[in-house]
Ligand binder design. Structure first.
Ligand code: AHR
Length: 520
């Protein structure tokens, strides 16, 4: 009996000690310096762009619903989606693809709707595309959203003539064959679309081209897509797949900066591998850690592509445009594999915050980015089911980070605590900071460590302030999601973990959290 009670006490005390030690361990500390004097780099609002492809349920049964749908809509555009996107100040929307762009022929998507030719969407499930959502419908959507359209032309299976006429149709104000057709289709004035992508993934689904061949093609297309009066174009070349630095080098070597406003980069976080990407909702810490490590690779990608661009364009005239990024998992069980429909968890929100912090901190070169994709596809910010709509955890990150749009980037110095998993480690903390036109400072923090909070001691140099307010996005588990039954499981709440001590900002940043601090 005595032995049994001794053993019980022993294990109880070992258990308590382990708990106390693990609690002591469950914190790390860091000192941060933020420099507020004379910031010069503007964080372009276009870093906060989105992407809507004719893919799965993004356009059809996403933005664009049936005439019979019983919900608020303008024509067939869902207005609840429009309102949600306006709230996060969506600055631009990329369309019509993606891979779809290089088999899309814009003339099939204008004119009387029920007479438009149909096509097969061979990239995405071989579904029949009825072309009911075309140029006029997309531009109406952008008008409702009050955002810039970003149109990608067809280089893979189209012609220079086709793309140059699309520009004429959209941007010319005078009398011309294309403007006559536009007027017959009910639009008198040109839309003056600025952002034009010249093909998409021309190294892959956009034509399997070599960088040399594409660079030559690019110059043909760029040369014949004209700046009409008061409608200058900002042309974006199809850029590298992930770490294909040769692509960037070739483009920068062969194309003069004046011909190319931007050069793109596509990189997705694939938690496992392309054969089995991993589930969107059911993953352990090992898979979570792997996904975060892969997400942080974006920092290296941006830095290395930018370094190559610097050699040819030291004045940084050409923007690095990360016009496809986000997490790509297996589709939800039972859904069409060609539709790329995946749920969205707290993990995805942490991925979004990390990418946006990286883009902000490279705002001197990264001047546009587009999350893939807005509604019902990949890392969506909105999911729909019939008349219902939910905002995903990733949506809330864009809501938090919108304060950085067009603000001045503030330099930050710190050494991140490590997030250790097994024998591997990654930086647990990423941050970006900016000062807006009212001198209000905003800092966005992401703590990737799911187990440890971080104590931050922050010096704000050359910043006069008296008050700090905060918002936080977190949840009990990294796998937590919003569902149609529980749409607000993961949502923004007030954050009370920051205080002023002298001129220092003291913050306790919870594990697996994204925090916005407003300092004024
Ligand atoms: O976003 C889904 C697809 O991913 C796009 O169509 C293509 O550009 C990329 O490979």
């Amino acid at each position: 009996m005595k032995i049994k009670s001794f053993i019980n006490k022993f294990f109880l005390s070992v258990g308590l000690t382990a708990l106390i030690l693990s609690n002591l361990n469950a914190q790390s500390s860091v000192t941060i310096q933020i420099q507020g004097a004379n910031p010069s780099t503007t964080i372009s609002k276009h870093i906060y762009g989105h992407f809507s492809e004719h893919l799965g349920r993004c356009i059809y049964d996403g933005f664009w619903v049936k005439d019979s749908a019983n919900l608020p809509k303008k024509d067939r555009i869902r207005l609840d989606i429009v309102e949600a996107l306006k709230k996060i100040q969506i600055p631009n929307l990329r369309w019509p693809g993606g891979c779809f762009a290089d088999e899309y022929h814009w003339r099939d998507g204008i004119g009387v709707r029920d007479q438009r030719p149909k096509m097969v969407n061979t990239n995405w499930g071989n579904v029949t595309e009825d072309n009911s959502f075309g140029t006029h419908e997309f531009l109406e959507l952008c008008t409702l959203l009050n955002c810039e359209p970003y149109i990608t032309g067809n280089v893979g299976s189209g012609t220079v003539e086709e793309m140059s006429k699309w520009v004429e149709y959209l941007n010319f104000d005078g009398l011309s064959p294309m403007t006559l057709i536009r007027k017959q289709n009910g639009r008198d004035k040109p839309w003056k679309v600025k952002f034009w992508g010249v093909g998409n993934e021309s190294w892959g689904c956009g034509g399997n081209m070599t960088p040399d061949y594409y660079a030559d093609q690019y110059k043909r297309y760029a040369g014949f897509t004209k700046n009409y009066p008061n409608a200058p174009l900002l042309k974006i070349a199809s850029g590298a797949n992930s770490d294909d630095y040769k692509w960037t080098e070739t483009m920068m070597k062969k194309v003069d900066p004046w011909m190319m406003w931007g050069l793109s980069l596509h990189y997705y976080t694939v938690p496992k591998d392309w054969g089995n990407k991993g589930s969107a909702t059911s993953f352990d810490e090992s898979e979570y850690f792997g996904a975060m490590k892969k997400t942080l690779f974006m920092e290296e990608l941006v830095r290395k592509h930018a370094t190559i661009m610097d050699q040819y364009d030291p004045e940084k005239k050409v923007a690095l445009v990360v016009d496809e990024w986000g997490i790509w998992t297996n589709v939800e069980p039972g859904t069409n594999p060609g539709f790329l429909f995946q749920q969205n968890s707290l993990r995805d929100a942490l991925i979004a915050g990390t990418n946006l912090n990286i883009f902000n901190n490279h705002a001197d070169r990264v001047r546009m980015a587009n999350l893939a994709q807005t509604v019902n596809v990949l890392q969506s910010i909105i999911l729909t089911e019939g008349n219902k709509m939910i905002l995903t955890p990733t949506y809330h990150v864009f809501d938090l980070f919108k304060v950085h749009q067009e603000a001045k980037l503030l330099p930050i110095q710190f050494v991140s605590p490590e997030y250790v998993y097994g024998k591997e480690k990654i930086p647990a903390l990423n941050i970006s900071a900016s000062k807006d036109s009212n001198d209000v400072v905003h800092i966005t923090f992401v703590n990737l460590d799911p187990n440890k909070s971080i104590n931050l001691q922050t010096t704000l140099q050359a910043i006069n302030w008296s008050k700090v307010e905060g918002l936080i996005l977190s949840s009990a588990k990294i796998t937590d999601v919003n569902t149609f039954d529980k749409p607000d499981s993961v949502k923004l709440v007030t954050f009370n973990g920051a205080k002023k001590e002298g001129n220092n900002l003291i913050v306790v940043l919870p594990a697996k959290s994204i925090v916005l601090l407003t300092i004024k």
